[in-house]
Ligand binder design. Structure first.
Ligand SMILES: [Zn+2]
Length: 80
């Protein structure tokens, strides 16, 4: 059993945005009201039909549709 997990590790941890967990739990995509997931320095809508990426600036998620990045287009248009 390891005690005292706190402490600097040998591996260099990259600095990245940190979002409060309680805050994440209440955050939803303003476009579709789906929960978002913290990925790197952005929050990603978990709705596959939406998938907007919201940037995090100064540790503050910018939940604005106009500021969000749209997901890359799906590969290959359907023939029709
Ligand atoms: Zn969404």
């Amino acid at each position: 059993m390891d005690r005292g997990r706190a402490g600097p590790g040998p591996r260099g941890a990259e600095e990245r945005a940190v979002i409060d967990e309680p805050l994440l739990k209440v955050l939803v995509c303003p476009a579709c009201k789906t929960k978002v997931l913290h990925q790197g320095d952005s929050l990603v809508c978990q709705n596959p039909d939406c998938g907007l990426r919201y940037p995090i600036r100064d540790d503050i998620p910018v939940m604005i549709i106009d500021e969000a990045e749209k997901p890359p287009a799906r590969n290959g248009p359907k023939g029709g």
